[in-house]
Each structure stands twice: as structure tokens, then as C-alpha cells.
Design a protein around this ligand. Structure first.
Ligand code: ZN
Length: 280
């Protein structure tokens, strides 16, 4: 029997929020069995709470945002990926901002914090979902103005695996492929440190839309027209980060054993698959 888990000790972390650029403080607090992952805003007078579930996602534009009744909490996906990887079923995440701090742009800081806090096995069985037949969603992603086919597929498998094809005609990135066979150790070594992609030309556009990346360009793999603008952590860092995002997005549906195969998928399509998994 596999048991539910929570963290063994409280975690506190202060860091910059990606889009607003202000400092945010986050606390992660152990919770009893069958609580799930709950997010709460401590800067709002009623300290509202929301469950990390697919139906509570109100936006997938650039990051994953939970919300209801006019309030929201953004950029949950990398923390969710780390909860997924370490098998944390029950936790309360309090933050005094509308965004979770971005850390170093990857899941590494959250993974280190959780390993340091330790895990507690709880006296209740973990509910694992096994995919019994192929389940997939298809959609369109945009490369500039050009629409491109995208897909994410869950195949029956006896362990968790994620394969991703990142396809781009950009001369700097090219196509990238990575196949990740899950274990918590492999997650830390292969996936946790990978940062998201940002195109130099998009950064200016994002800032004009109020989704300004902070001034620290090391929070992302920055792709210029002639080459990478900063040092890579892995040759195929971009596609490894896409796998981090999938682990975070699909954890909205709870732990699922499958081989997930994705072609150009992003948060929006990942969420559609999470919704389909919940119905199974
Ligand atoms: Zn991401």
C-alpha cells in the first residue's frame, strides 16, 4: 500500500514574483489526510482558500492561475510539479501576494526546500489513477501568427513517464526531445533545474502587456535571434522545462500513472487533459 504524504515541517520562502516583480512570502504548512493541495491568500482580509483542481483554473496565459469570487493566485505550476515529484498529497500554501514567488525560474528551490523539510507518511492510502486506455487532447499553439498542431496523450504504463517533443523553426533552439522516466531522484537531477523559455523579442511585448518578466533574465532561457543570451543548464533545457510544466499541470488531476507523450503542448492543453483524467 502507498500512503498519503504531507511535509514534515513548515516551509517559508520569500522571493520575487515573476510578473508583478514585487517580493512575495510563501508558507507551506502540513495538512491532514484527504485535504489535497490548497492555496490561500494571506494578504486578503478573509484569507480565502482554493483547491488546486482543474475546475479552479481561470487562466493558463503564460502561467497557471487559480481563482474564484474575484480573487486569484498565479504561477502555481512549478511548485505543483515539485509536490507531484515528491508525492505530497496534502499541503496548505499560503502567500501574501497574487503570485507564488518564481524562485530561480525552475523547480529547484522548491525541491530543495521540500527535501530539507522532509516528508511525513500519513495513515491513509494514496489514491493513484491508472490510465487504462489512451486518452488524448489536441489543440493549436501559435508560433508568432502561425497556427501549429499540438497534442498530449496519456498511454497505459506501469510507471510514470513523460516524453516531450518541442518543435520550433527558430534556428537557436531547433527541435528538442526528452524522455523522462520518473523517480524523485531523477526529477531532481534531470527536470527540477530546467528553466522556461523566453524570446528576447517577446520580453518587450510581455512587458507592454503588463506581464513583465522581472529584470533578471537568468530566470529563463533567453533566446535571441543569434543565440542564447545566457548560459544553459542542460543542452535541451527548454524541453526539460516543458516536462516540469506537465508534471505541475497534470497534478491538478491528482497522481496518475501513465506514459504522457506531448507534442508542442502547453499549459492550456495540459489542463484539458487534466480535466479529462478527472472524469475517468
Ligand atoms: Zn514553467
Amino acid at each position: 500500500m502507498i500512503f498519503q504524504q504531507t511535509i514534515a515541517n513548515d516551509i517559508e520562502f520569500t522571493g520575487q514574483a515573476l510578473h508583478s516583480g514585487v517580493m512575495a512570502t510563501m508558507r507551506i504548512i502540513p495538512q491532514p489526510v484527504n485535504t489535497g493541495i490548497i492555496f490561500s491568500r494571506t494578504d486578503l482580509s478573509e484569507r480565502p482558500k482554493i483547491e488546486a483542481r482543474p475546475e479552479n483554473v481561470i487562466s493558463t496565459k503564460k502561467s497557471v492561475t487559480l481563482g474564484k469570487d474575484g480573487w486569484k493566485i498565479s504561477t502555481i505550476e512549478h511548485l505543483m510539479a515539485v509536490f507531484h515529484a515528491y508525492g505530497i498529497d496534502n499541503a496548505l500554501v499560503e502567500v501574501n501576494n497574487q503570485e507564488i514567488p518564481i524562485g530561480d525560474g525552475s523547480g529547484r528551490i522548491f525541491a530543495e526546500l521540500i527535501m530539507k523539510a522532509g516528508l511525513t507518511k500519513q495513515n491513509e492510502e494514496r489514491k493513484l489513477r491508472y490510465v487504462k486506455e489512451p486518452i488524448w487532447v489536441e489543440g493549436t499553439v501559435y508560433n508568432g501568427q502561425q497556427p501549429l498542431q499540438a497534442m498530449i496523450l496519456a498511454l497505459p504504463n506501469d510507471h510514470l513517464e513523460v516524453s516531450f517533443v518541442f518543435s520550433s523553426d527558430h534556428p537557436v533552439t531547433g527541435d528538442q526531445y526528452y524522455r523522462f522516466k520518473f523517480s524523485p531522484e531523477a526529477f531532481f537531477d534531470e527536470i527540477a533545474s530546467a528553466r522556461t523559455i523566453a524570446f528576447m523579442r517577446e520580453i518587450e511585448y510581455l512587458r507592454s502587456q503588463g506581464l513583465a518578466l522581472t529584470t533578471d533574465l537568468n530566470l529563463a532561457v533567453v533566446v535571441g535571434d543569434d543565440g542564447y543570451q545566457n548560459e544553459l543548464r542542460f543542452p535541451e533545457e527548454i524541453v526539460r522545462h516543458k516536462i516540469l510544466d506537465i508534471l505541475g499541470d497534470l497534478y491538478l488531476a491528482g497522481p496518475t500513472i501513465a506514459h504522457f507523450v506531448a507534442f508542442r503542448s502547453g499549459h492550456a492543453l495540459d489542463l484539458e487533459l487534466a480535466k479529462k483524467l478527472v472524469l475517468k
